[in-house]
Structures are given as C-alpha cells and as structure tokens.
Design a protein around this ligand. Structure first.
Ligand code: 5GP
Ligand code: MG
Length: 185
C-alpha cells in the first residue's frame, strides 16, 4: 500500500503539530462557552482528524455524526453532495463546530450547514483539515484550517480513494496509473 503513494503532501509530523495548534485555537475560541461545543463531524473522511483533534481539546464537548456522500467508488469528481444520514442531538442554542476532512467545491459544507441551521443553534463554525487553495468558494468562510493545498486528489489521514488508503498516517498523492478516470454519467 505504501508503494502506491507517489508523493507525500503533508507529513505525519506536520499533521501532528498543526492539529495540536488548531486544537489550541479552537479551545481558546470556546473557552467561555458554558455548555461547551457540539462537534458535528462529516463521515467518513473526518474520522482520523476528529479522533486526533478531540483528544487535544480540554473543553466540554459532544460529538454528533452526519454522513454525506459525493464521491462514489473510483470517482475523483464530486457528483453533488447528498445527506445520507444525520444522528443529531438537540442543537437548539448550542455552539456547533462542523469538522470535515477537506474543503473542495464547498458543496458538502453548504449542505451540512443549511441542515444544521434548521436546528437553531447559537453559532456554527467550521474546522477543516485541508482546503484546496484555488477552489474553496469565497462566500463559504471556514474559521479553522489545517493546511491549504494545491488542487490535486489526495488520500490518507482519513481520506480515501475507492474506500482505500484512509489508514495512511500522512496525506499524499497516489501514482497516476492507480487513478482510473471515470466519466460522469
Ligand atoms: P466538496 O463538497 O467541498 O466539493 O468536497 C468535499 C468532500 O469531497 C470531502 O469531504 C471529501 O470527502 C471529498 N474530497 C474532496 N477532495 C478530495 C480529495 O482530494 N481526496 C479525497 N479522498 N476526497 C476528497
Ligand atoms: Mg467528506
């Protein structure tokens, strides 16, 4: 599996240092929140980031899960985000932090944010591990960002290609011959 990686984009050490710094930013942002924060995480890609992040957050917090699908199988282009399921606690008047793996076109975040707004939370903020520098839409502000990266398809640290590579401890690009380009139907 390690042979499939052409290039490391963000190393394990870089991830560790940045997640620790993000956790500090987030913890101080919510330091005065009595109820603490409810983290709504977008499965499946955010699992690894979430697990690392929350263990570094010394604040009151709860976790809720939503599943959004946009990339099916060997596709590398979003087919439009669809909310598959949402297991949500009462979010009324809560401070909500959406945690996602990567901000690309913003379709996923927009969908989840609109769904959460309907629950009347006190605030909604967003944290993403990665953001594609030239693609993230200007009208979709994200308060906490791990790394800005080039517009290329990355795997590892939770991110998959055809369900694989989520367990890589770093973020990288696969060898080009492994990506089969599929046309969108
Ligand atoms: P968006 O809806 O912003 O276009 O895409 C966000 C979702 O698409 C992410 O949560 C992630 O699941 C997936 N995605 C976007 N870019 C990449 C990428 O480079 N690699 C992988 N593995 N997934 C991506
Ligand atoms: Mg995702």
């Amino acid at each position: 599996m390690l042979d499939d990686v052409a290039r490391v984009v963000v190393s394990e050490r870089q991830i560790e240092a940045r997640v620790a710094a993000m956790a500090e930013e987030i913890a101080s942002f919510y330091a005065d929140s009595k109820e603490g924060v409810t983290i709504v995480t977008i499965l499946t890609g955010s699992l690894v980031f979430l697990a690392d992040l929350i263990r570094r957050l010394p604040i009151r917090m709860r976790v809720a899960l939503v599943t959004v699908s946009s990339y099916a199988g060997k596709t590398m282009q979003s087919r439009g985000a669809v909310l598959e399921s949402a297991i949500l606690p009462d979010l009324c008047n809560r401070d909500v932090l959406i945690v996602d793996d990567i901000l690309d076109t913003g379709g996923t975040l927009r969908l989840v944010r609109d769904r959460l707004r309907a629950e009347s939370p006190r605030s909604i903020r967003t944290a993403v591990m990665l953001r594609k520098r030239d693609k993230a839409p200007a009208d979709l502000p994200v308060e906490f960002v791990g790394f800005d990266i080039e517009d290329e398809f990355v795997v590892g640290y939770g991110l998959d290609y055809d369900g694989l590579y989520r367990n890589l401890p770093y973020i990288g690009v696969l060898k080009p011959e492994l990506y089969t380009t599929e046309s969108i139907t």
